[in-house]
Design a protein around this ligand. Structure first.
Ligand SMILES: *[C@@H]1O[C@H](CO)[C@@H](O)[C@H](O)[C@H]1NC(C)=O
Ligand SMILES: *[C@@H]1O[C@H](CO)[C@@H](O)[C@H](O)[C@H]1NC(C)=O
Ligand SMILES: *[C@@H]1O[C@H](CO)[C@@H](O)[C@H](O)[C@H]1NC(C)=O
Length: 590
């Protein structure tokens, strides 16, 4: 009997994995109870566990919390509060106390590990308030203090776990997981909340925000990274932040205040639905949470920008942003004129894309283990305009068709819309297909690394050796047979650091020993003062910054440090080195 009791007690303490979506309460100002029920039903259908309700201090829209909790209660959905300390300035301890007192005991409030969950957007200067608040409410406090990075955020002493806002890639690169790795390392056994976002474009001069981060393949890549890193929590950024173009919830024309208040050149979310990005969430979220999922309906999701990237004025939008201390690019240098598509399939199928009168045969650049799961690819639409059709077919028979918005060089107000149009279509036939291997029985089968790590990570990650501190894994699958061991002992070349250790050892032993990184002779290593993965800072150091950048940087630093309603990782310095606290984590075999 005691054993049963013990097991039950242990089971109760186990944190269930969960997926949340960041919800901007300010945009719900005009919501009725029915609107809340509608949004919540869509989230339930997507297998999302809870909304993180982002509230800014003093916002009249916060009175909507009552409706939100009523709707959630009736639909068996959960909610928790995310205090936004940047939107309208810092919350006082009393104000937080008042809000939590009103809602934290409600049945619809999200509980994890027997504790109600509370989060923030920024607010590290108020970290000490949470000593009292946590004691009083017995809550689990997982703030986003990305402006500090993991190490400094933990040193403040009140976080029970951390949420990292760094969800977008740098420049024209694909998303990597170095920031996630630094959180996972510093958090040790404390829970990490990983951010997943499909896109980021904002042009709201009224909020001093006007930049683009590369979206392109992000929604597909980042979910695969979730499967590999397997964090306890995932938060989707966002449900309804229209002004930053990363919404996955429905468009509502009575929720578009950001565009007028933010003095947008025009409403760049209007007629740009993102609902298609939810289509495969039930599958991906089940894979992440349960390790397996069954496909019952095949389908395709397609997304793209509707203006060729050099067709119109940039709208002064920068690629990356100096307000986050990033090197800036032209926006058209960091995105591709491509139609991206992902398909959920029980077996392989074909994809054909038509733009105007031109038919393009799509290929898959990535396919799931055993052919069951999510396939991904893209085609270039460079030089083409017109109506877009994306057809999924098998043996010549159509399974599903996305009739997309036309691509046009005739931009609204002659300014590029850097937002994405997203569409999806599901097959009417039912199938039943389950991946042969649970995610926990899969290993990394495709990974990469930053600069000098690209080759050595690419080789090792394919065979399941993909240390998170040095490499990014982009696909899981069945263990592949590695080339036979050669017995060659590999070491980092002289002057490199210990981040290379495990990789050189593994790679050289399996027949890949590139002299640019590895050697068969043990040599003196360096102790890095900056992480190997802080590339943009290296670049600042090694090439003179263009005058325009210096100007920009100073301009942004002096004028843009205060960014109301801003949801970029504020000065998060995802690549500035601060996130590693100046030291390189030791490679861990994953
Ligand atoms: C709510 O409706 C009013 C009146 O139409 C509008 O001015 C305001 O921008 C709307 N709020 C949001 C968040 O869109
Ligand atoms: C890994 O994926 C990339 C992009 O999908 C692809 O180009 C590359 O060939 C893959 N590498 C391996 C080893 O399969
Ligand atoms: C690896 O070693 C085994 C056993 O010695 C041998 O049978 C096999 O052919 C080798 N594989 C390769 C790819 O060399």
């Amino acid at each position: 009997m005691w054993l049963f009791w013990l097991l039950t007690a242990l089971t109760c303490r186990v944190q269930a994995k969960a997926v949340f979506a960041h919800f901007m309460v300010t945009n719900s100002e005009n919501y009725t109870l029915a609107d809340w029920e509608s949004d919540i039903s869509l989230a339930v259908t997507a297998h999302i566990d809870a909304f993180a309700l982002n509230i800014a201090v003093g916002d009249t829209a916060n009175s909507q919390l009552a409706n939100a909790f009523t709707a959630a209660d009736s639909l068996d959905f959960k909610l928790f509060i995310s205090f936004d300390y940047a939107g309208n300035g810092a919350w006082s301890q009393d104000e937080v106390y008042d809000i939590l007192s009103e809602y934290i005991d409600l049945d619809a409030y999200y509980i994890t590990d027997d504790q109600p969950l509370v989060s923030t957007f920024e607010g590290p200067a108020n970290a000490a308030d949470w000593t009292y608040l946590k004691e009083y409410f017995n809550c689990m406090f997982i703030p986003d203090w990305s402006s500090l990075g993991a190490k400094a955020a933990l040193e403040l002493g009140t976080a029970d776990g951390l949420f990292s806002w760094a969800a977008w890639p740098w420049g024209d690169t694909e998303m990597n997981t170095y920031t996630d790795a630094s959180y996972i390392q510093y958090l040790d056994d404390l829970p990490y909340m990983m951010a997943v976002s499909p896109w980021f474009f904002t042009n709201l001069p009224g909020y001093n925000k006007n930049w683009l981060w590369r979206g392109d393949h992000l929604w597909y890549e980042r979910w695969n990274q979730v499967l590999f890193l397997d964090p306890p929590f995932v938060e989707i950024i966002s449900w309804n932040d229209y002004g930053e173009s990363h919404y996955i919830g429905p468009l509502r024309d009575y929720a578009f205040a950001a565009f007028s208040i933010g003095e947008a050149p025009y409403n760049y979310a209007d007629e740009m639905p993102h609902d298609g990005w939810r289509a495969f969430l039930p599958y991906m979220i089940d894979l992440y949470k349960e390790g397996t999922a069954t496909i019952t309906q095949e389908g395709i999701v397609a997304w793209y920008r509707v203006n060729p990237k050099t067709a119109c004025d940039t709208g002064d939008t920068s690629g990356n942003t100096a307000s986050e201390l990033q090197l800036e690019f032209e926006p058209y240098d960091i995105v591709d004129d491509e139609i991206m598509y992902s398909a959920l399939l029980g077996s392989t199928a074909d994809v054909t894309v038509t733009v105007g009168d031109t038919e393009l045969t799509g290929a898959w650049t990535s396919t799931p283990d055993g052919g069951i799961g999510i396939y991904h690819g893209s085609v270039s639409f460079s030089g083409l305009t017109g109506d877009v059709t994306v057809v999924l077919s098998r043996d010549g028979a159509s399974l599903a068709t996305v009739a997309g918005k036309a691509i046009t060089s005739d931009c609204t107000d002659d300014i590029e819309n850097w937002n994405a149009w997203v569409g999806s279509a599901l097959s009417s036939a039912t199938v039943s297909a389950t991946p042969a291997l649970s995610v926990s029985d899969q290993v990394c089968v495709n990974g990469t690394g930053w600069e000098n790590f690209e080759g050595i990570c690419g080789f090792a990650c394919e065979y399941g050796y993909c240390p998170v501190s040095a490499c990014t894994c982009n696909l899981m699958g069945a263990q592949k047979t590695a080339p036979n061991a050669t017995g060659v002992e590999g070491y980092p070349i002289a002057g490199e650091d210990a981040s290379y250790d495990g990789l050189c050892s593994y790679d050289c032993n399996h027949g890949y020993c590139p002299p640019s990184a590895c050697s068969t002779v043990s040599a003196a290593l360096s102790t890095p003062t900056v992480s190997d993965f802080t590339l943009p800072r290296h670049r600042y150091g090694s090439i003179p910054a263009p005058a325009s950048l210096v100007h920009n940087l100073q301009y942004h630093l002096h004028t843009k440090l205060c960014r109301p309603n801003s949801h970029g990782p504020p000065f998060s310095l995802a690549f500035s080195g601060r996130y590693y606290g100046g030291s390189s984590p030791t490679p861990v075999k994953k």
